[in-house]
Design a protein around this ligand. Structure first.
Ligand SMILES: *Cc1c(COP(=O)(O)O)cnc(C)c1O
Length: 382
């Protein structure tokens, strides 16, 4: 049996007519960049996330760049983030000339460890002495939110901003001390990606920054269009970080189904959890709630942890089952960051995770038969 890691054709088939209709409307209007369709989608995302403002962007990476530019992060500044993330989080910091400060993760959630954030704020590493530590960028990895209450408390104690990298977590929730909040809604800004493999994926690149801050929203809207307002008058240097109307209408259709798709992913996670119960396969922990009715994880990835990870991966691939490693090399060991002076052993929890984690197919359209087959191959010879 072939089981791909992700099957976007299966997602497209039932919504094909609806999607083609709205794409046709954009083609007939010939209004392709920003405009009313983008504004409508921004409004719907803001409502979905429970925030005041949503500003469409050209990708999740550009959303992160815009958010950091809105805080004037640049040379002489430092930004704290997790070493165990997709490259864009750290790359955006470096592209602005700022210095990333990496910290290790919590071994159970795979998310940034707030106590280590506190430790580097209290005692910054040698290479950033004299720099201004401006922000913390927690990543809600795999679709489960980082410990935002603790992070916000630490941020306010040290007077730094918080930008949520919520690229994998649109719709994920967190039971904060003020009630349940959605990803992106708790920090100064939250950044989303609509890369096709995210739970809300476009027909190309796209992203979004959300915020409750009026001034930041205004600055973000200018930044994504060369810092321009009014036309041909530039208050500051921005970029072309604009969202296309074609992406906006496709994403707006998909947004209506998002909670349904999240629920199907959770059901699939429960099937795997049951199949692996009692085996040596470690299944993803649901940190904040763990009942059938309450699960705040959106499972952009379903990640197992096994000691013989590479052997399991090879066996899955040999049996025509898609799987992948997110991510094989933590940021502090990447060649492009070698000048920061980190070395193997600096962040042992991330290094171990990079050697032991494996993503299994979890997409909503997966059948029970497929899951049974995947679980059987994972468990073979155990
Ligand atoms: C996907 C992703 C991004 C970047 O999004 P793009 O839309 O691909 O630019 C950033 N951070 C994380 C954690 C991601 O998973």
């Amino acid at each position: 049996m072939n089981v791909p890691l992700l099957d976007l054709k299966a997602q497209y088939a039932p919504i094909r007519d609806e999607v083609r209709k709205v794409m046709d409307e954009v083609c007939d209007a010939q209004y392709f960049i920003l405009g009313p369709k983008v504004e409508q989608f921004e409004k719907n995302v803001a409502e979905y996330c429970g925030v005041k403002h949503a500003v469409g962007a050209s990708s999740g990476t550009d959303a992160l760049l815009m958010a950091m530019m809105a805080l004037d992060i640049g040379a002489g500044d430092a930004v704290i983030t997790s070493t165990y993330t997709f490259f864009a989080t750290a790359g955006s910091i470096a592209r602005l000339g700022a210095t990333p400060i990496f910290v290790d993760i919590d071994p159970v959630s795979f998310n940034i460890d707030p106590e280590q954030v506190r430790a580097v704020l209290a005692n910054p590493p040698e290479n950033v002495k004299g720099m201004n530590i401006k922000a913390i960028v927690p990543v809600h990895l795999y679709g489960q939110m980082a410990d935002m209450d603790s992070l916000l408390e630490i941020a306010s104690e040290f007077g730094v901003s918080v930008i949520e990298d919520a690229a994998q977590a649109i719709g994920a929730e967190y039971p904060s001390k003020d009630g349940v909040r959605r990803a992106g809604a708790m920090g100064d800004m939250g950044c989303f990606s609509f890369f096709p493999s995210k739970n809300l994926g476009g027909f190309g690149d796209g992203g979004m920054v959300v915020t409750n801050d009026d001034a930041l929203a205004d600055k973000l809207r200018k930044l994504r269009n060369h810092g321009m307002a009014p036309k041909y008058y530039h208050q500051f240097v921005g970029g072309n970080f604009r969202l296309d109307a074609l992406q906006a209408v496709v994403l707006d259709v998909k947004l209506k189904y998002l909670d349904e798709w999240h629920a199907a992913r959770r059901d699939n996670a429960a099937v795997y959890n049951k199949a692996f119960a009692g085996s040596s396969v470690e299944t993803p922990a649901t940190i904040y709630a763990d009942t059938a009715a309450v699960n705040y994880h959106i499972y952009n990835q379903y990640i197992i942890r096994v000691e013989d990870r590479d052997a399991v991966r090879d066996r899955l691939l040999a049996n025509d089952i898609g799987c992948d490693i997110y991510y094989p090399v933590p940021m502090h060991l990447q060649e492009c960051f070698s000048d920061l002076g980190y070395k193997l052993g600096d962040f042992p929890i991330s290094e171990q995770a990079a050697n032991e984690t494996l993503a299994l197919p979890i997409y909503p359209e997966l059948t029970d038969d497929m899951q049974e087959y995947v679980a059987g191959v994972v468990k073979a010879e155990r």
